[in-house]
Design a protein around this ligand. Structure first.
Ligand SMILES: NC(=O)c1ccc[n+]([C@@H]2O[C@H](COP(=O)([O-])OP(=O)(O)OC[C@H]3O[C@@H](n4cnc5c(N)ncnc54)[C@H](OP(=O)(O)O)[C@@H]3O)[C@@H](O)[C@H]2O)c1
Length: 223
């Protein structure tokens, strides 16, 4: 996809990997809407932050309604926002389980449903879903998190098959441990961390692949 002029939505633009993806897309000439709870600032007239708590379906609906007023057609959706929640299974409360599912799995579904009708009508578009290596292999203490990341992998694969006849490309990205605020408060301290800007670069290079191919699944690991 040629990024210049693309109308894009990046969830979780306020920090970490999503913040770097947003910066790179702006550098390459995209119009970017960043969705998050904390304000995202980029000194760019092609950037607009839309406040949304993605655990709340009604806030997702109103964010997309606001975006559509200015840009009815969205070319690219990056479902990046995510919440790390770790702990032994019996210590995970129902409230936490529901919040992780809402942000990591239900929000990507709702955001996808917002953009697909327009993409189908125009027979073009791309959706990137950020899973994790914990979405390929369960990790100790990661029952809630891994469940959502396996879930988004299955969601991705299904919509990839469903949408490819319409010229819409779907990719699922599986990053390993990356140096962002993600681990703060989880009590986890991974040994080797990748840089978020480097992970973002790989994700953006997947977006830039030719429209006739689908970079279906990309696993990113540290050396
Ligand atoms: N870091 C890693 O090691 C790693 C590894 C594999 C996969 N991942 C995945 O990569 C993605 C990005 O994570 P990161 O490492 O960049 O972490 P991060 O720095 O903690 O960023 C998470 C982003 O998600 C947003 N977010 C969380 N809850 C939200 C909510 N309720 N509503 C709206 N936005 C919300 C945050 O925005 P606000 O707080 O402003 O709302 C923030 O912008 C996640 O899906 C994560 O699971 C990360």
């Amino acid at each position: 996809m040629h990024i210049e002029g693309c109308v894009t939505v990046v969830t979780g633009s306020s920090s970490g990997i999503g913040n770097h993806i947003t910066g790179l897309l702006l550098e390459k000439g995209a119009v970017v809407y960043g969705l998050s709870r904390r304000e995202t600032v980029f000194p760019h007239d092609r950037f607009r932050w839309v406040r949304a708590d993605l655990s709340r379906p009604e806030e997702i609906a109103s964010a997309f309604a606001e975006i559509r007023k200015a840009h009815p057609a969205i070319d690219l959706l990056v479902n990046n926002a995510g919440l790390g929640a770790f702990g032994d299974v019996e210590t995970i409360t129902f409230e936490l389980w529901q919040r992780v599912l809402a942000v990591n799995l239900t929000a990507p579904f709702l955001c996808t449903a917002e953009v697909v009708p327009g993409m189908k009508a125009r027979k073009r578009g791309m959706i990137l879903n950020i899973s994790s290596v914990a979405g390929r292999r369960g990790v100790k203490g990661g029952s809630a998190y891994s469940a959502t990341k396996f879930g988004i992998a299955g969601f991705s694969e299904s919509i990839m098959e469903e949408l490819r006849p319409f010229g819409i490309r779907v990719s699922c990205i599986y990053p390993g441990s990356t140096d962002t605020s993600f681990f703060s408060g989880t009590g986890l301290h991974p040994e080797k961390l990748m840089k978020p800007e480097e992970v973002a670069q790989i994700i953006v290079s997947a977006i830039e692949t030719p429209d006739g191919i689908i970079p279906d699944q990309i696993v990113i690991r540290p050396t």
